[in-house]
Ligand binder design. Structure first.
Ligand code: BG6
Length: 478
């Protein structure tokens, strides 16, 4: 169990709170991690009372928690820990006074800003002015953390005027995914991989985050963002960091984040020929990206592929190919590390030979898979074949492996525990934007238009060329 806490969720009636945060808290409650005295206080503009909010959460649990996890008695117990305050971040004092009266001293205090970033400033200031937050309070902020370097710097400066860095938890929910954390365990708790983990032995790395959904319903927001800002600057960048970073001296928040920061700073600018952007086309009556975003002239990408270089001793010469997109063939996210050829082959069967690949699957079926060469069984002589050493967590770890907590659950519990390892530090976010900005400015200045791609495909044809011309190929998205 974690310590007793008061968690205030601003934006508690919003989509993220209903889909992820509140159902996640319920699951942690069910797991016995949240103790008796803890309280969750919803705060939003919506005029509700505590009972109305409990009903909203009851409905959210019914919709977003799996049936076998819904226990009516436990749900009602959980709901009794909930309270609500109607608050307007920008104006009026009444809600703030009520909130102040609800908050207890002497327990862990966390404020979750699940609202538009334009409100972060008001919230931080009001919490401060009303004497609600203190020097040990924690605040949790959601992405998007800025839309470029300047806006991220402004946000950081604003938060810093009220809170210290050790109080600020910037969420990148990819860091809460079980396999992503496992990547660090695999790299740094085994002797097997680390000696090979460099450009002498690794040919290239592919990072894929494929989605089947489009941007329907959130087109207006998405169109101001695009895949580069929405996914690459944060989620894919974090994955890249965990693969590329040097071993930290300890699994400690600042030690880990220092190493990630060094990777981001070592990223080289990406030339135009190493970037392919796409937009999904209409198909069989389903709208294309341009209809979904309601701007027929939009040049925003719903798909992007990039070839990225990390300019340091370890990675000189090993490209990282990143791609992510909406409306692709499958919802499949993975990191694939392709090793080089052995220096000399003693076998005649060159045709049977394939590279070793370590595949780390983020979703679905979280797990890992190492492709190794063996002799093809049977009397047919020394023929080579490749087999996967497969470790699906659900299979290998039984019930525990199958019951992997959602990223948000894990991260919220880390906030209560006061562990910042899986949260982005301010300088990390700024460094990520410093790399992203010129890439985006480049295509804006050139007036590049994204290539169309068919929904259900693996992206634009040109993205294939990005690898073909290097004599490599993307792994299938499936
Ligand atoms: C969010 C993006 O951060 O991540 C969404 O804003 C995207 O556009 C989502 O769909 C993907 O998250 P997950 O956990 O479903 O891979």
């Amino acid at each position: 169990p974690v310590e007793v806490f008061d968690l205030v969720i601003f934006g508690a009636t919003g989509d993220l709170a209903r889909r992820k945060i509140l159902p996640g808290l319920y699951r942690r409650y069910l797991a016995g991690q949240i103790t008796g005295e803890s309280r969750i206080i919803g705060a939003a503009r919506t005029d509700l009372d505590a009972e109305g909010f409990r009903q909203l959460v009851r409905d959210a649990i019914a919709e977003f928690v799996a049936a076998d996890k819904r226990d009516t008695a436990v749900i009602e117990d959980f709901l009794s820990h909930l309270d609500y305050v109607s608050i307007d971040a920008a104006k009026g004092d009444q809600g703030w006074k009520s909130l102040k009266a609800m908050i207890r001293q002497g327990v862990v205090q966390a404020f979750y800003f699940s609202v538009a970033p334009s409100l972060f400033g008001d919230l931080a200031e009001k919490l401060h002015d009303h004497g609600i937050a203190h020097s040990e309070s924690r605040i949790v902020v959601e992405k998007p953390f800025g839309r470029d370097l300047a806006s991220a710097q402004a946000l950081n400066a604003m938060l810093a005027s009220h809170f210290e860095e050790r109080q600020i938890y910037r969420i990148d929910h990819y860091l809460g995914k079980e396999t992503v954390q496992n990547l660090m365990a695999v790299r740094f708790a085994n002797i097997l991989f680390e000696p090979l983990w460099n450009s002498q032995f690794i040919d290239h790395v592919q990072i894929t985050v494929g989605e089947t959904v489009g941007v329907e319903g959130r087109g207006a927001y998405y169109d101001k963002s695009g895949a580069m800002r929405d996914m690459v600057q944060n989620h894919l960048m974090q994955l890249l960091c965990l693969i590329a970073m040097e071993p930290p001296y300890h699994f400690d928040p600042n030690a880990v984040r220092d190493e990630k920061l060094k990777v981001i700073r070592a990223l080289q600018p990406v030339p135009a020929e190493d970037i392919v952007r796409g937009q999904y086309l209409p198909m069989n009556g389903a709208p294309g990206y341009l209809e979904d975003c309601e701007d027929p002239e939009s040049k925003t990408e719903s798909y992007i592929a990039l070839k990225v270089h990390v300019a340091n001793w370890r990675w000189k010469g090993t490209p990282f190919y990143l791609r992510t997109g909406k409306k692709l063939r499958a919802r499949a996210s993975e990191i694939a590390i392709t090793f080089k050829e052995p220096p000399h082959s003693i076998f005649d069967d060159a045709a049977g030979w394939r590279e070793n690949v370590l595949v780390i699957r983020l979703q679905p079926n979280e797990g890992m898979n190492l492709k190794v060469m063996i002799k093809e069984p049977g009397p047919g002589g020394m023929r080579l074949t490749q087999v996967p050493l497969d470790m699906s967590f659900a299979d290998a770890l039984g019930a525990e492996g199958a019951d992997i907590p959602d990223a948000y659950e894990r991260l919220i519990m880390d906030v209560i525990r006061g562990n910042q390892t899986l949260f982005m530090r301010g300088d990390e976010v700024e460094a990520a934007w410093a790399w992203t900005d010129p890439i985006i400015k480049g295509w804006e200045a050139r007036g590049d238009r994204p290539h169309g791609y068919d929904p259900g495909s693996s992206g634009p044809e040109d993205a294939l060329m990005l690898m073909h011309r290097d004599g490599r190929r993307w792994r299938e998205i499936k």
